[in-house]
Design a protein around this ligand. Structure first.
Ligand code: FES
Length: 228
């Protein structure tokens, strides 16, 4: 049976994963179970944490006056290692940070770029927000979905504004922004994603000397040092 809340949404939004009442956050309206035992910080004595993960998280904790600020980098470290924020990884990170797994889970379930369900390790986001949508993002997402259909290595999703509206329609491939992406370059982009190659190098935001296409390379400085 169709969800009446979802029926109210524009069609392109239905490709974004939705949970109860159209929310993107699972379980947001479920009441807390007050009969549960209080959450506990994992005991280092019985929580094995690989040295590499511990070192990354401790380095992040050292950067902030309040160690809670390291929650997102710690969760990203788990996601880089496991492909998603696994319960075991969250427990290990919580042990290093001296917080409860529930605290880190609450952060992980809030942020879209942290995955709390198993998914492919390659993160490919097609922005479907207003600027990209007006420039054909829905078609772009549909074409990429066709090209990457059945590939379990790739977590392809429609996404809200990724902050690069000037290169609409744009795609983020493991954090590398490319755009504008013409439809006829989608097969090549999909091939590069599957092969693990640099995605559309000539269209990467980081290689542009300036957001303004009228500024030539000699007039603008690229912070990454590239001379695209
Ligand atoms: S609307 Fe697509 S990056 Fe902003």
């Amino acid at each position: 049976m169709s969800d009446p809340d979802l029926d109210l949404l524009p069609e392109f939004h239905t490709s974004v994963q939705r949970f109860d009442k159209g929310s993107r956050i699972p379980g947001w309206d479920r009441a807390a179970d007050l009969d549960k035992d209080p959450a506990e910080v994992p005991d280092p004595a019985d929580t094995e944490v690989p040295a590499e993960l511990r070192a990354v998280i401790e380095a992040e904790m050292a950067r902030f006056p309040d160690i809670h600020s390291a929650a997102i980098p710690a969760l990203f470290a788990v996601q880089r290692r496991d492909g998603w924020c696994t319960p075991e990884g969250i427990r290990q990170a919580a042990c290093v940070m001296g917080v409860t797994p529930a605290y880190l889970t609450s952060v992980a379930t809030f942020y879209d770029m942290l995955n709390t369900e198993p998914c492919g390790p390659r993160q490919v986001y097609v922005c479907t927000n207003i600027s990209c949508s007006l420039c054909g993002a829905d078609e772009l997402l549909g074409l990429l979905q066709e090209e990457l259909q059945g590939n379990e290595e790739v977590n392809l999703r429609g996404f809200e504004c990724l902050g690069a509206c000037d290169i609409a329609p744009m795609v983020s491939v493991d954090g590398v922004y490319v755009g504008p992406v013409p439809f006829d370059e989608v097969p090549e982009l999909a091939r590069q994603i599957v092969a693990g190659e640099d995605p559309l190098p000539g269209r990467q935001l980081v290689k542009r000397p300036s957001a303004d296409p009228k500024v030539s390379g000699s007039q603008a400085t690229n912070p990454e040092g590239s001379d695209a």
